[in-house]
Design a protein around this ligand. Structure first.
Ligand code: ZN
Ligand code: ZN
Length: 212
């Protein structure tokens, strides 16, 4: 760890803490893993760390009649209010199920241009406790990798399957795309014993080139 400071914010909602307080730590550590792998020095906004209650209140404004959270409107509001920026990324971890126009649900979204990632554990909550913690850390690593610029412009061995695989890594790597809960669980297990937060050497190289 020799690089410059990297400021970031992280908040779980109240439901995540109720599901298992260790999940917030898993996600937080996942974010820190990526920042350190990029040779940056993580500096967390400590006010955001304790914002679970207020995040849960804010989310209520975006609740749809079927109980899901409208991710399009949530995203629009967060962007309008300047909640995050590329130099000061923010990661929200929700227990609530998300949907966008034209889908039944989404696992979450990450937008590098505005430095924002919102992820939901709703679809993962039936995993056994240990698997859920491991998967949560993996998801945070993958999504924060996107926020730090890992995409089709920087990933060297790109997945060529197209569609939702676009902008992902074809190596055994944290930046591999997975499409389901069992696939995510399996990849998180495979990568959990690997160094460098599970990133392949190509992606580690890209992270460091992008930020140093
Ligand atoms: Zn991805
Ligand atoms: Zn990779």
């Amino acid at each position: 760890m020799s690089g410059r400071f990297h400021d970031f914010g992280f908040t779980p909602d109240q439901g995540v803490l109720e599901l298992d307080p260790a999940l917030a730590e898993s996600a937080y550590l996942g974010i820190v893993d990526v920042i350190e792998t990029a040779d940056l020095r993580p500096r967390v906004d400590s006010e955001m760390l304790s914002g679970a209650g207020s995040l849960s209140e804010v989310i209520q404004y975006f609740r749809l009649p079927n109980g899901q959270i409208d991710a399009d409107r949530l995203y629009g509001t967060l962007v309008e209010t300047g909640f995050s920026s590329p130099d000061n990324p923010r990661f929200l971890l929700l227990s609530e199920d998300l949907r966008t126009e034209g889908t039944n649900f989404i696992f979450g979204f990450s937008v590098k241009e505005v430095g924002l990632s919102v992820q939901s554990l709703a679809r993962f909550r039936r995993l056994p406790a240990e698997a859920l913690r491991r998967t949560t850390r993996h998801i945070a690593r993958h999504e924060y990798g996107h926020l730090l610029g890992l995409d089709k412009s920087s990933i060297k061995n790109l997945d060529t399957r197209g569609g939702l695989y676009e902008g992902h890594c074809a190596n055994v790597c944290t930046m591999q795309q997975v499409m389901s809960v069992p696939e995510t669980d399996a990849l998180a297990r495979t990568l959990s014993t690997k160094p460098l937060a599970g990133f392949c050497l190509d992606c580690v190289g890209s992270l460091r080139t992008l930020h140093n």
